[in-house]
Design a protein around this ligand. Structure first.
Ligand code: CA
Length: 535
């Protein structure tokens, strides 16, 4: 079946049969359909609660915490037209690991990207040989565009303007140029590695020419995306479907002045106190970071406007009907919750819970869905929604929920939990380069509970337990004693062991905390097609 479909798609690509007949169902009587375009817009540190519609009655009943007092008119409208995921989970809530899983459909232990990428960590980089979602769209007749922050390549001294040098003078180096051989099927490139000066961004284009821009990055990126949609400069083949990723850095620190956001957006929040803006019960408004809240929400409102401009263009070009649009984020932002300065990389809801909305007119009926969507599920699910289920590689660990979304029924059981993962630097070589990673924390989030276990780096013994009943304590203020709910704890540990085994995690391989975590007897490893155990 796989070969048959690939052959049919290949014939379409080389023009022997219409491309429109190569996608979708292959039953003889099914109506030929044109492969949908896909637009995936994802800002960086936008937490799920930072969308205004959660505060309205229709949506508020689906989440346990309060929506932030933020203004997002475009997302409000978009939500009404979309499947809105209330429980999408960023499993390893940090830029590079999230992006590695997003593109490959694999967890950080298999994607090649276990740690945030910079020049001190050669252990972490998206490999040239790995198969990404963009490789697959490209192989199946799509044009693929990447606009904005990438943060998936290990920096090397490959500055196109200064051969032999890095693109920045920092140690470690974070930003980098991605050459064509590392672009994974993206044939339109307007991107950078990582760089946080929001009104002085830069990008390298297809040919490696650097563009220095003097405007707010999301606005500029929306302009590039709009030009791509309009095909102003022949960016794409108008006979092909396209897959376009737009990675906006804001909301992302710094959040400290009008250099970071648009004044019109800041004016909406500038007269509010930190206490009026940070309304979660766990927010510590005495922190110095509390002064960032107005800039954070200003960035969110600005991103909302730029997203709205992309949608408007899609409408005006008549492309909206046959375009699947996703709005998501890398991970969240703690923004003074739990008195944390670290915005991400923790098991708290502010860090892990991300926006995830899919609009696919006529195919997906707008609703709120409580599916516990994990990052690796995104790649196979999007391919599935485009009729490309057969193209999903066997090694992909994420699960394809396209049938469930399209029909409300699923042959595979729905997930009972999502994995939480935090890795730290491991061993270093004689030059101080990180050559292994330390799998510091593993956990599971279920509909009700959050459990995460941190181990000591030297002894591998339990160092800290995070255990929250999100039903009675949605702000995770009360870290429960592990024996508070013995039956539920047993269930959570069983689920954790099973999941770590399924993904062949280092914890399973090393049998970490095996006195607590039942990894199960040696048996045939489950494949992606087997249903998960229902607990
Ligand atoms: Ca990030």
């Amino acid at each position: 079946m796989k070969n048959f479909n690939q052959t049919i798609q290949y014939l379409g690509m080389i023009g022997l049969i219409p491309l429109s007949s190569c996608f979708g169902k292959t039953e003889p009587n099914s109506e030929a359909q044109t492969a949908p375009n896909v637009i995936y817009v994802f800002p960086d540190q936008m937490r799920n609660s930072a969308m205004e519609f959660w505060s309205s009655e229709r949506y508020a009943q689906h989440i346990r915490y309060k929506g932030d007092p933020v203004i997002t008119p475009n997302l409000n409208k978009f939500a009404n037209e979309s499947v809105v995921f209330s429980s999408a989970f960023s499993n390893c809530p940090l830029s590079s690991p999230h992006r590695g899983s997003l593109l490959t459909g694999m967890y950080p232990n298999k994607s090649g990207v276990p740690l945030n990428i910079n020049s001190s960590r050669p252990i972490s980089s998206l490999g040239e040989d790995v198969t990404t979602i963009s490789d697959l769209y490209s192989q199946n007749g799509y044009n693929c565009a990447y606009i904005g922050k990438y943060h998936l390549d290990y920096p090397t001294p490959n500055d196109p303007d200064h051969p032999g040098q890095y693109v920045e003078n920092r140690d470690p180096v974070w930003d980098t140029y991605t050459p064509p051989e590392k672009r994974h099927g993206f044939d339109f490139w307007y991107s950078y590695g990582t760089f946080d000066v929001h009104k002085k961004p830069h990008y390298w284009d297809n040919e490696g020419k650097r563009h220095e821009i003097r405007e707010w990055s999301p606005k500029h990126e929306a302009d590039i995306a709009i030009s791509y949609l309009k095909n102003n400069n022949g960016e794409r083949d108008s006979n092909k479907p396209f897959f376009m990723m737009v990675s906006m850095n804001p909301p992302h620190h710094p959040y400290s002045s009008l250099d970071d956001c648009m004044e019109e957006d800041y004016n909406l929040y500038k007269n509010k106190t930190p206490g009026e803006l940070l309304i979660r019960d766990n927010a510590d408004t005495t922190m110095a970071k509390a002064a960032s809240a107005s800039y954070y929400f200003a960035q969110v409102t600005g991103v909302d406007r730029e997203f709205g401009r992309i949608l408007q263009t899609l409408d005006s070009l008549g492309l909206a009907e046959n375009t699947l649009v996703v709005f998501a984020s890398d991970h969240g932002e703690t923004m003074c919750s739990h008195s944390l300065n670290d915005p991400k990389n923790s098991p708290y809801a502010e860090s892990t819970d991300i926006p995830f909305l899919i609009r696919y007119p006529d195919k997906l009926k707008p609703k709120v869905d409580e599916l516990l969507l994990s990052t690796p599920d995104i790649m196979p699910t999007l391919l599935g929604l485009c009729g490309l289920s057969e193209a999903i590689p066997q090694e992909v660990q994420g699960r394809n929920f396209a049938d469930y979304l399209l029909t409300g029924k699923s042959e595979i059981s729905l997930p009972q939990s999502a994995l939480y993962i935090r890795n730290m630097d491991g061993e270093k070589d004689e030059n101080g380069k990180v050559i292994t990673y330390f799998p510091e924390t593993r956990g599971v989030k279920t509909e009700r509970f959050t459990l995460a276990l941190t181990i000591n780096k030297e002894t591998k013994e339990l160092k800290k337990t995070y255990f929250f009943d999100n039903r009675t304590d949605p702000y995770q203020l009360n870290n429960l004693p592990p024996d508070s709910y013995p039956a539920e704890m047993k269930m959570l540990l069983t689920e954790l062991g099973q999941k770590l085994k399924n993904i062949d995690d280092p914890w399973y391989q090393e049998q970490i905390l095996s006195d607590m975590i039942p990894y199960g007897k040696e048996e045939n490893k489950k494949t992606k097609n087997h249903p998960e155990a229902i607990l």
